[in-house]
Design a protein around this ligand. Structure first.
Ligand SMILES: *Cc1c(COP(=O)(O)O)cnc(C)c1O
Length: 334
């Protein structure tokens, strides 16, 4: 340790197993129905592959992370439920924890960095979370969160070094492979890596020949560069895809992601083009991060021609500015 606050220095935890994912599926089933896995002929023409979209945009919070929140909260010891939970996030992780906390009657505090998106604040308030705005960046917000959790006696929830979050989001890949056991590949967008770690756990156990391919923005390559280097590195964040905008790496998902078959970077313009294709041709609204898997497949079009491929369409929480831009620019090409 280098003396920094443990909440922002990644901590070692135990890795979840595929059995933990099966347990998570049991806990999640009564609260979150299976999301659709659909194909679209126009999309197949675009990609040249037999393509299946996993519609996590259809989750009640608009993103896949709620699977992890529900699993963590369902397994939380009684004394921690009573003490309340606290986490820090600008977006979908916060909504996942606030949604799950409300479902289980657990008091919840969210620390957000300064100048938060007002529509995200409104969504969190509607879920009954207490919101504290503090810190210029996520790192500072994380430091404040650790201090506040200690003062309030809350259970501090890391955005990614949490085995229960990883096991929970792993259920998404269990659903995909249960419907489609003979997939050649699944493309997974990566920020901190919880989703991709869940995908690795599941695929390795139930469909070892299905390749798991991670996709990140070249303007926020922290997880990618950490994976290539084999150690946790920090990188500046310049991407507009906020679900992928992670500046520091997390040990637990990185350890499990050693099993990724490949990890590729795409440009923000490639992600924007994929977002437009999904809206105009598959009638599916995604936020930018939710379109990154398609951007990855389009970047590897030749390699996957004629193959059977699923794309994790991870979320739909586009900002008003993003929506405006989307509607004023149809996708290029055919
Ligand atoms: C968080 C998020 C991701 C990245 O998931 P990680 O588990 O952090 O790698 C991708 N898409 C959306 C919509 C997200 O909210």
């Amino acid at each position: 340790m280098d003396g920094r606050c443990p909440s922002v220095v990644s901590v070692q935890t135990t890795s979840p197993s595929v059995t933990d994912v099966l347990h998570a599926a049991q806990l999640i089933a009564p609260r979150l129905p299976e999301t659709p896995l659909w194909s679209y002929p126009v999309l197949d023409r675009r990609t040249g592959a037999e393509t299946y979209l996993k519609h996590e945009n259809a989750q009640p919070t608009g993103a896949f992370k709620v699977r992890g929140g529900i699993n963590l909260m369902a397994r939380l010891p009684e004394e921690q439920r009573e003490a309340g939970v606290l986490t820090y996030s600008t977006g979908n992780h916060a909504q996942s924890i606030a949604y799950a906390a409300r479902a289980f009657g657990v008091p919840c505090t969210i620390v957000m960095p300064e100048n938060p998106n007002p529509s995200k604040v409104a969504a969190l308030e509607a879920l009954g979370a207490a919101i504290e705005v503090k810190g210029a960046t996520m790192v500072e917000a994380g430091e404040y969160a650790a201090t506040l959790a200690a003062v309030q006696g809350n259970r501090l929830i890391s955005p990614a070094d949490e085995p229960d979050l990883i096991a929970g989001v792993g259920t998404l890949y269990l659903e995909i492979l249960n419907r489609c056991p003979d997939l050649d590949a699944i493309f997974v967008p990566i920020g901190s890596g919880t989703g991709a770690a869940g995908a690795c756990l599941v695929a390795k156990a139930v469909a070892p020949r299905c390749r798991i391919i991670g996709v990140q923005s070249s303007l926020a390559p922290t997880a990618h560069d950490s994976w290539r280097a084999g150690e946790l590195v920090r990188r500046p964040v310049g991407t507009v895809a906020d679900g992928l905008a992670t500046g520091s790496a997390f040990a637990t998902p990185q350890r499990i992601m050693r099993d990724l078959d490949d990890f590729i970077l795409v440009s923000d313009e490639e992600i924007r083009q994929a977002q437009r294709i999904l809206l105009y041709e598959a009638h599916t609204l995604t936020e930018l991060a939710g379109a990154a898997a398609l951007a990855g497949l389009l970047a590897r079009r030749e390699e996957f021609a004629g193959r059977k491929v699923a794309l994790a369409c991870t979320g739909a929480n586009a900002s008003p500015a993003e929506l405006h831009r989307l509607l004023s620019s149809p996708p290029a090409g055919t």
